[in-house]
Design a protein around this ligand. Structure first.
Ligand SMILES: C[S@@+](CC[C@H](N)C(=O)[O-])C[C@H]1O[C@@H](n2cnc3c(N)ncnc32)[C@H](O)[C@@H]1O
Length: 270
């Protein structure tokens, strides 16, 4: 199986777990609770009370892009890898009836869950599209804000994803994404174990590398702001289960794995 097939299978199963009343968790280590420090408590009560509980239960993100992004009434928002739809439904409220929120996902089970959540929320300024974030099925210059929550790290062609985000954004449009990033040099073995814990199959980018790829795609105003920095204790149970000597690697992990909010802007004109 290639990376994309593995990702599709994992999130298809996660969507079905939510539908059968289970927890979606991050899927990295079912039943281990290992994803909890990443996915738990991302949304405040004013947000979770405003959308269907099934959409909240399906949350698999690592941040809260809609809380950190500026969204204005009438704008068009696109969520890359929209999963059960939590950030699309929250965005739809913020842009109001004159705006529109698109969710894009490649996994049929997730799209079915998201559409069911849309129906329960009773909103019609939302559309869930089937497709891949490496090949966005929307025209050039058609979106005001691209959001995403813990998806770009799953892509094995991140440059293409960033290029596509740039293409669909209108001039002056904003990129406002939560993602897992690493900081500085990390030994390859440690990197592999921690990213498995996080659930990144393809691997997270180092933060400077992320910024460089955004700049290469044409973005300006690039900012990367850590929102949660993970400690070895967050990953202890998972790593111990993988046979890793957790205390030995603790100093190397300190301050190197984090969820971050990543902002960038498509220049208003060339
Ligand atoms: C970690 S979940 C995050 C879901 C959602 N953003 C959230 O915060 O709950 C990843 C989602 O991205 C989708 N996905 C992963 N890679 C994708 C790709 N290359 N193209 C489209 N969707 C993708 C998966 O199907 C899954 O629904």
């Amino acid at each position: 199986m290639n990376v994309k097939e593995q990702v599709r299978e994992r999130y298809g199963e996660a969507a079905l777990r939510v539908k059968t009343g289970g927890s979606s968790c991050c899927g990295a280590a079912p039943g281990s609770g290992g994803c909890d420090p990443i996915t738990s408590n991302l949304y405040d009560a004013s947000q979770t009370s405003a959308i269907p509980q099934e959409a909240v239960a399906a949350s698999l993100g690592c941040g809260n892009p809609t809380a950190l992004a500026k969204l204005n009434p009438g704008e068009t928002v696109l969520d890359l890898g929209s999963g059960g739809g939590i950030d699309v439904l929250l965005s739809a409220k913020r842009v109001g009836s004159t705006g529109k929120a698109y969710g894009l996902d490649m996994t049929d089970e997730m799209l079915a869950l998201a559409r069911e959540n849309q129906r329960k929320a009773g909103v019609d300024n939302v559309e869930f599209l089937k497709g891949e974030i490496e090949n966005i099925p929307l025209p050039d210059n058609s979106v005001d804000v691209v959001i995403s929550n813990c998806v770009i790290n799953l892509s094995s062609d991140k440059e293409r994803v960033l290029h596509e985000a740039f293409r669909v954004l209108k001039p002056g449009g904003r990129f406002a994404v939560s993602d897992v990033v690493t900081r500085g040099d990390v030994p390859a073995d440690l990197r592999k174990s921690i990213l498995l814990w996080v659930g990144c199959i393809a691997g997270a980018l180092e933060e400077q590398e992320y910024a460089a790829k955004l700049a290469k795609a044409g973005f300006g105003g690039i900012e990367i702001e850590p929102t949660r920095v993970y400690s070895v204790d967050d990953a202890r149970a998972f790593l111990a289960g993988e046979g890793v000597d957790v205390d030995a690697i603790a100093p190397q992990m300190e301050g190197k794995f984090m969820s971050a909010f990543i902002r960038a802007v498509k220049p208003a004109s060339k």
